[in-house]
Design a protein around this ligand. Sequence first.
Ligand code: ASP
Length: 324
Amino acid sequence: MKFTLSRSLVVLALAASSASYAADYPTKTITMIVPFAAGGPTDTIARLLAQAIGTNLKQQVIVENVGGAGGTIAAARVARSAPDGYTIFIHHVGHSTAPSLYRKLNYNSIDSFEPIGLATDAASTLIARKDFPAKDINELLSYLKANKEKVTLANAGIGAASHLCGMLFMSAIGTDLTTVPYKGTGPAMNDLLGGQVDLMCDQVTNTMSHIKSGKVKAYAVTYKNPVATLPDLPPLASAGLTGFELSVWHGLYAPKGTPKEIVTKLSSALQAALKDPTVKQRLADLSTDPVAENRATPDALRSHLKAEIDKWGPIIKKAGVYAE
Ligand code: ASP
């Protein structure tokens, strides 16, 4: 209740002094909320962007990890935050799947936020602990048929991209595995590396270095074609598994009611960050693509988010997976 009141007061105050407030913005540290635990792809992308956006705006942007429930806990918190430009939010494709996956959300993925812009796109990879028996995707499919009750599949919570990918995978092979939810890919990957869990489908951003160093086994990628950095990794569709054109896109948002001039400043800072040579190089190293400048805009993110909500809704409904 206290939260709601302070949010309303901020909205009123901003409406009264919007122009001068926005002209001076930012005058203090900005917090970027990350909806997953530290150490995963969203956290990595967030930290890179936070640094570069902060340099551009001449103010520090700090990252706060608010993991749990596939990103929906963080989204609800941002939706209730003061729309003053000092709380911003990064989220991925999960922001578009949550409305279909959750029977009840106490925010609206579109109406509770001001889109700032799209940021990155990345493929996902289906991986296993290093000593998992199957050596390629075909062996994996046979192994899962025979041993499904023994196999565990990690994800970063219901609503996470890894959950979506795992769900599509199980539905495509017609086999239910035991899923193990974490608060983000960071802790899930630790358990996979430690051999406590068997499989995971997660962004190449986080998996590539482990695939290249042989610390995990990789079976397939979720793009139509192989990704340039892992040319030997076949698309899941090549093993006859359809419905896998999954791109894990990330976007930046502010709470609804954040003044337009501030959103424009943040959007310009995002565009500058994506052109920053250090950011570009680091993203290239992680096989993660920065979006073109015209997609790092509020309009592009708004229409992409709507299109993705429409795309995933029927697929999730067909798979019959819901969270309470
Ligand atoms: N990659 C995770 C997911 O499955 C989240 C994270 O970035 O930690 O959505």
